[in-house]
Design a protein. Structure first.
Length: 80
């Protein structure tokens, strides 16, 4: 990948609180159209569910887990 394109994608990924890989997927999905975008969005939902499950597993107290999940979700929203 040309260095300039990499820099643009990396900057965009940072602005959008995504990994470089996720940013490339979002860019390709936008180019490929609605069906591809749905697949990428489903992947994002799945990743969020996995993270919620990890946070629940880390916290033995359901109330503490709920607070961790709320903090995670807020952090993700704040980055956007």
């Amino acid at each position: 990948m040309p260095a300039g394109v990499h820099r643009l994608l990396a900057a965009s990924a940072k602005r959008n609180a995504r990994s470089l890989n996720q940013e490339v997927l979002w860019a390709l999905a936008k180019y490929l159209g609605e069906d591809a975008q749905k697949h990428v969005e489903q992947g994002e939902v799945h990743r969020r569910e996995v993270m919620h499950n990890v946070l629940r597993a880390l916290a033995s107290d359901p109330e503490a887990a709920a607070k961790m999940i709320a903090g995670f979700d807020k952090g993700m929203e704040d980055k956007r």
